[in-house]
Design a protein around this ligand. Structure first.
Ligand code: AKG
Length: 296
């Protein structure tokens, strides 16, 4: 058995796509797309290389997270290592490591970088807080959906990332943990015996290369693997509907805090309860698929 993830994410020319076309074909229907060369219009496109970051801000200390130590019951709040930025960049270019640099607020350290780019006119309502992500070859960002329910634009500057996406309506098949943005399944090592609903999940895959920008609509699940060590930048826009915006606000302000408090009070028991709920929902979702098949 194999997961249904081979549908390719469409690739379009990001240098010629119009705002109207992007809105009609991708933003309104909330469909992902790779916009090739969208950032060619900005100096960052050529300027931001590994060497540039090593030379211009190599001395700052960065907090790193181990992907191996990641646990679905934890949020990413405790760093596993710290080193100088240039040492880290050298590490991810040369040696195997599982240390990642997530949500790096590079612009706090070097605000001049903000002059190297703008916000592409193919859409509006940007949340102007860009973040950068750095990772070594084979590192994986475990599957999750973004808690704030924003639309995400991920641009690749060095290396390659393999991205597997699932629309929000596939959550139950991925054993989404309630009150959380992670699922229980590992799509690279699918365990259909433990998680039989996985076989019904429908996703799509794309490879992000230098200069590609992935548009990921709000609520999309994403599993990201660094096929080569490298880095990228993400910017966000406000969710497409009032419902999505309110869900994002709820998730950030109440749901996450509630989950943290419950985990502090009840520990593993709370996690087990959430797992049970995820299995129940997956069971129901499978039942619905079977009933629909009988009706057809
Ligand atoms: O590239 C990565 O490691 C993660 C990017 C991501 O998950 C995001 O921008 O939401």
């Amino acid at each position: 058995m194999k997961m249904n993830i081979d549908t390719p994410i469409p690739i379009v020319d990001g240098t010629t796509i119009t705002r109207k076309e992007f809105t009609e074909k991708y933003l309104k229907p909330q469909k992902p797309v790779i916009l090739r060369g969208l950032w060619k219009q900005y100096p960052a496109y050529e300027k931001w290389t590994m060497d540039y970051f090593k030379q211009s801000m190599g001395d700052i200390k960065v907090k790193l997270f181990s992907t191996k130590q990641a646990n679905p019951s934890e949020t990413l709040s405790v760093a596993h290592a710290e080193m100088k930025f240039n040492e880290y960049l050298e590490l991810i270019e040369k040696e195997p490591t599982d240390l990642r640099l997530f949500l790096f607020p590079v612009f706090k350290h070097k605000p001049e970088l903000l002059k190297d780019f703008g916000y592409p006119n193919i859409t509006g309502r940007y949340i102007k807080i860009p973040f950068m992500f750095f990772g070594p070859k084979h590192s994986v960002t475990r599957m999750h959906m973004d808690i704030d329910m924003s639309n995400v634009f991920l641009t690749q500057f060095a290396g390659k990332r393999r991205v597997v996406l699932f629309p929000p309506d596939q959550s139950d098949f991925l054993y989404r943990l309630p009150f959380n943005v992670h699922g229980l399944v590992d799509i690279d090592k699918p365990d259909f015996e433990t998680y039989p609903a996985m076989q019904y999940a429908k996703g799509c895959t794309g490879i992000l290369e230098y200069g590609d920008t992935l548009y990921m609509p709000s609520g999309y699940w994403h599993h990201i693997e660094y096929a080569e060590g490298g880095f990228g930048l993400s910017v966000r826009t406000i969710g497409a509907s009032v419902g999505t915006i309110l869900t994002g606000l709820w998730n950030v302000s109440i749901q996450r805090k509630f989950d943290d408090i419950m985990f502090k009070i009840r520990g593993q028991k709370w996690f087990n309860y959430k797992k049970q709920l995820a299995f129940k929902r997956a069971e129901k979702a499978m039942q619905r698929v079977k009933e629909n098949a009988v009706l057809q």
